[in-house]
Unconditional design. Structure first.
Length: 377
């Protein structure tokens, strides 16, 4: 794969399998009515992609907005968790019907997949989702994926479908993700400011890029929008997946992006093993280990995490739980699966191996996190 420009995402040779994410505002009017005409045109574009040899997965929002309007147009469907879950329950049927009917008009079959955060955080369930996606695609079905908002709580939610799209792309072995937004892409400053420039290509997300979407900056969609898109791009780039943000508000948005090249393309940075890509994409760590500068340098060189380099422990976690590793300044460095509980980590933090047995009461394990169960962020 050699994706270097946005039009490459529409080349079946360079991007055979692609995930398209559509937000609620593109699918549903403010009054709760589906934007059927826009959706018809969009599905026609997807049908053309499949005829060219591309395999498409859709990640679709919109269930809560559709269901809320069906239940009570006068009330905010997200006013309480119960209201949002009920709206999602009603809206999922309407949303699935919309996609099914639109695809059927082109002789295509849609298949619905509803996922929660736990489905992709747990390794076994992640592999099950991956197998289902693979079988649907092999059967010529267009998977339509959404977060299962009818059962998800605040504690077990993705919170946005941008990150869900990146995780689905990992599970499906996709080459690329396209996030359809209501802006053209990432701007170097708030788009309304004089001199604001669209960033057309990002070759690795760094602090400068992250600052363009700082909360309150107005860059793109703000903390709930562009920030989550950059988080999705970080998940994708570590897994060797290209990700683009394009404007979906126009008619035929895919053709527009392909023809003009307008949007922001995040280039893949590395191709982790399947297990490390899964680890790097997990979103719900149970705790944090802070390490000293010497340990930081060793981890960046490919070493495992040893207790001697740990200077701080926070959170409550058990052996085998996902934890984040940070630098002395609090910058996220890596995440991985702990060999010790949080209580044990506190007991051996900063200690050499010969001191750990006295602190633990048993012979210590070689590492706190083995490099095979850790991924640098």
């Amino acid at each position: 794969m050699n994706i270097s420009a946005l039009p490459d995402l529409f080349d079946a040779v360079k991007a055979r399998r692609i995930v398209l994410k559509i937000g609620s505002s593109l699918l549903v009017e403010s009054n709760g009515e589906a934007r059927r005409e826009w959706l018809s045109g969009f599905v026609a574009e997807i049908a053309a992609m499949t005829r060219s040899g591309q395999q498409v997965i859709v990640v679709s929002s919109g269930a809560i907005a559709l269901g809320g309007a069906l239940l009570d147009r006068t009330a905010n469907p997200r006013r309480t968790l119960a209201a949002a879950q009920a709206s999602a329950s009603v809206g999922q049927i309407a949303l699935a019907g919309l996609w099914s009917d639109k695809f059927a008009a082109h002789g295509l079959t849609a298949g619905q997949m509803l996922l929660t955060l736990d489905d992709l955080e747990d390794r076994r369930r992640y592999l099950n989702a991956s197998a289902t996606l693979a079988h649907l695609i092999e059967a010529g079905v267009i998977p339509v994926v959404n977060e299962n908002d009818s059962v998800a709580t605040e504690e077990i939610r993705f919170g946005d479908n941008d990150r869900l799209a990146a995780r689905v792309a990992q599970a499906a072995g996709a080459d690329a993700v396209i996030l359809l937004s209501d802006v053209d892409g990432l701007y170097d400053r708030p788009p309304g400011d004089d001199g604001a420039q669209l960033v057309d290509t990002v070759d690795g997300i760094d602090s400068k890029i992250l600052a363009m979407a700082r909360p309150g900056s107005g860059s793109g969609l703000g903390s709930g929008g562009m920030v989550s898109k950059l988080q999705a791009a970080q998940i994708a780039e570590r897994a060797g997946i290209a990700l683009a943000i394009i404007n979906g508000t126009c008619d035929a948005p895919l053709a527009h992006a392909s023809g003009t090249g307008r949007g922001t393309l995040f280039l893949p940075q590395r191709s982790d093993t399947a297990r490390k890509a899964w680890l790097g994409g997990r979103l719900a760590p149970s705790g944090t280990l802070r390490v000293d500068s010497g340990c930081e340098a060793a981890l960046r060189s490919g070493a495992s995490l040893l207790a001697a380099g740990v200077v701080g422990v926070s959170g409550s976690f058990a052996r085998g739980d996902l934890v984040t590793i940070t630098t002395m300044k609090g910058t996220k460095l890596a995440q991985g699966l702990a060999e010790y509980s949080s209580h044990e980590c506190q007991a051996i933090a900063g200690k050499r191996e010969e001191q750990q047995a006295d602190a633990l009461g048993y012979a210590p394990r070689p590492t706190v996190i083995h490099r095979d169960h850790m991924v640098l962020l």
